[in-house]
Design a protein around this ligand. Sequence first.
Ligand SMILES: *[C@@H]1O[C@H](CO)[C@@H](O)[C@H](O)[C@H]1NC(C)=O
Ligand SMILES: *[C@@H]1O[C@H](CO)[C@@H](O)[C@H](O)[C@H]1NC(C)=O
Ligand SMILES: *[C@@H]1O[C@H](CO)[C@@H](O)[C@H](O)[C@H]1NC(C)=O
Ligand SMILES: *[C@@H]1O[C@H](CO)[C@@H](O)[C@H](O)[C@H]1NC(C)=O
Ligand SMILES: *[C@@H]1O[C@H](CO)[C@@H](O)[C@H](O)[C@H]1NC(C)=O
Ligand SMILES: *[C@@H]1O[C@H](CO)[C@@H](O)[C@H](O)[C@H]1NC(C)=O
Ligand SMILES: *[C@@H]1O[C@H](CO)[C@@H](O)[C@H](O)[C@H]1NC(C)=O
Ligand SMILES: *[C@@H]1O[C@H](CO)[C@@H](O)[C@H](O)[C@H]1NC(C)=O
Ligand SMILES: *[C@@H]1O[C@H](CO)[C@@H](O)[C@H](O)[C@H]1NC(C)=O
Ligand SMILES: *[C@@H]1O[C@H](CO)[C@@H](O)[C@H](O)[C@H]1NC(C)=O
Length: 493
Amino acid sequence: MATQHSQWRTGLALLVTCSCLHVCRSVTSKPNILIIFADDLGWSDVGFNDNTMRTPNIDKMAKEGVNMSSSYMNHVCSPSRAAFLTGKYPFKMGLQHSVFTALKNNSMPTDIKLLPEHLQELGYATHFVGKWHLGFCMKKMTPTQRGFDTFYGMYNGKGSFYTHISKWDGYDFHYDTGKEAADYKVEWAANGTYSTNLFSDKTIDILKNHNKTKPFFIMLSYQAVHGPLEAPDYYVNTTCAHITVDSKRKTKCGMAAAMDAGIGNVTSALDSLGFSDNLITLFVSDNGGPTKEGSSNWPLRGSKITLWEGGTRVVSILHSKKYLPNQPYQWGGMMHSIDWYPTLMKAAGYNKTITGIDGVDNWSPIVNNGTSKRTEFVYNINDVKNTSALRVGKYKLITKAGKPDGWSYQPANVTKLEPPSKYPDYLLFNIDADPSETTNLINTKSLKKTIRKMKRKLKKYRNKLVPTKEYDTINAGKPKNHGGAWVSGWCDA
Ligand SMILES: *[C@@H]1O[C@H](CO)[C@@H](O)[C@H](O)[C@H]1NC(C)=O
Ligand SMILES: *[C@@H]1O[C@H](CO)[C@@H](O)[C@H](O)[C@H]1NC(C)=O
Ligand SMILES: *[C@@H]1O[C@H](CO)[C@@H](O)[C@H](O)[C@H]1NC(C)=O
Ligand SMILES: *[C@@H]1O[C@H](CO)[C@@H](O)[C@H](O)[C@H]1NC(C)=O
Ligand SMILES: *[C@@H]1O[C@H](CO)[C@@H](O)[C@H](O)[C@H]1NC(C)=O
Ligand SMILES: *[C@@H]1O[C@H](CO)[C@@H](O)[C@H](O)[C@H]1NC(C)=O
Ligand SMILES: *[C@@H]1O[C@H](CO)[C@@H](O)[C@H](O)[C@H]1NC(C)=O
Ligand SMILES: *[C@@H]1O[C@H](CO)[C@@H](O)[C@H](O)[C@H]1NC(C)=O
Ligand SMILES: *[C@@H]1O[C@H](CO)[C@@H](O)[C@H](O)[C@H]1NC(C)=O
Ligand SMILES: *[C@@H]1O[C@H](CO)[C@@H](O)[C@H](O)[C@H]1NC(C)=O
């Protein structure tokens, strides 16, 4: 009986498959998309930019894929992630200043269709694994109501990798499987396990259970290599044993090595489950490395939180056997966080122009190793700190870039660079010729016209600024009111 029943079911499934063969085929021909977000990974926190780092899987991806040398994100986490998912400049959403903090009702604008929401409409199964940090006090701000079928990870931006106690105190680890109240669950079982392993394993689990009639979009948003400096002992003391003097750098090396091992596990699973041929993978960091916490951005200047190149220009690798037929190559075209939304939509086969966003579709230039459609971008305009910077072609105009403003981890064999103690009102650098931002060209006579034009442009952008939003502190959100955990649903009107 049972056998007959299951035979009948198999027959039915086959029938259904056949009757929608045409539709199914056109759906499954869409690329599967895996985004691997590293957190706070510095330019030289990978092996291919610093040979003391141990990241063989990321290095391999860069060697085999499209290694982007001029790809930018924003200066810090929440603005960067918001820009990536909305395709809009943070300064046009009031999100330009800093990161989201717990107990505040901060969020991305709820009236913008996010990249995953758009992909769901194209038939994608969508999953978010890892650190969100984009608002959660109302359920409508959480990943499962912002375009992701499931969410496994942390709502907040910082916490222990093992205990998952947030920087703001309280347990922060979740497995949300839908939009209904019962779908929101605190994942107590994560307590004690390093988040890099949890996020890699969950991604593999999702792949194993994926119904291949749909394409997938997975955002694997690692907590690594953000502080606190925590990594499994093996990676620190064995893999990174060669780093002996600087203990912060040593632990950072261990964190990056552990993340790389997780990426290796995910890559193996993609291979063995047959996903590798129809896949697009993007590896990118959300911002530059924090140099006070053992990150190196050398030869780039500055740190996370600043608008120097070290805070904003990031390791970015796109890899696809099928969709990037000419890989490997280094692509020097200009790319910004806001461009990924339209670019990935095009990769997913969406041919219409997306309105209301600032990003440009660079898919064709990337695939063809051609000229970027982006010719200028705003690094940021911050109305609280008064920092701002604009790029037009090779030139970068800065009013104030912020601190730390030095060059971290300078090799012993270069002339030591020191930042000045005072700055003029404006700085100008030729980034093509001087990516380390050592030589201020603001007084160069032959560039007077260029400078005037750039100042005018920056002013025009500034006119579009939405003032930094201020948020109320809402004590109802305190974990002590919710069994010791950060949960959603305490600021609903
Ligand atoms: C990737 O490009 C960077 C420059 O942007 C370069 O330093 C690095 O060597 C390249 N990596 C590989 C693996 O080609
Ligand atoms: C946050 O709360 C304040 C007052 O409680 C309200 O004015 C504001 O609109 C809320 N912000 C968001 C994004 O919901
Ligand atoms: C996590 O596990 C440890 C060890 O069992 C325990 O002491 C701690 O209370 C747990 N944390 C939470 C938030 O339950
Ligand atoms: C996969 O999805 C198709 C289409 O929605 C459905 O008919 C089929 O039953 C699913 N397969 C499994 C194993 O869930
Ligand atoms: C790893 O190295 C740290 C720092 O040197 C040390 O405190 C720790 O005991 C080492 N762990 C093991 C298992 O050797
Ligand atoms: C990678 O997979 C191996 C084998 O299953 C496992 O022991 C290890 O913990 C995994 N590493 C990470 C970082 O997920
Ligand atoms: C990619 O374009 C660059 C710049 O135009 C060129 O130097 C390089 O040879 C090209 N590489 C490939 C593989 O097409
Ligand atoms: C998008 O345009 C390309 C090239 O013109 C075409 O091959 C593809 O079928 C179009 N995709 C959709 C979904 O219309
Ligand atoms: C920013 O500029 C305004 C107006 O010039 C000034 O009042 C304010 O003090 C400045 N803030 C900082 C942090 O420099
Ligand atoms: C400094 O040394 C590194 C190797 O340690 C080498 O790759 C680099 O080219 C050297 N730079 C200069 C300016 O000599």
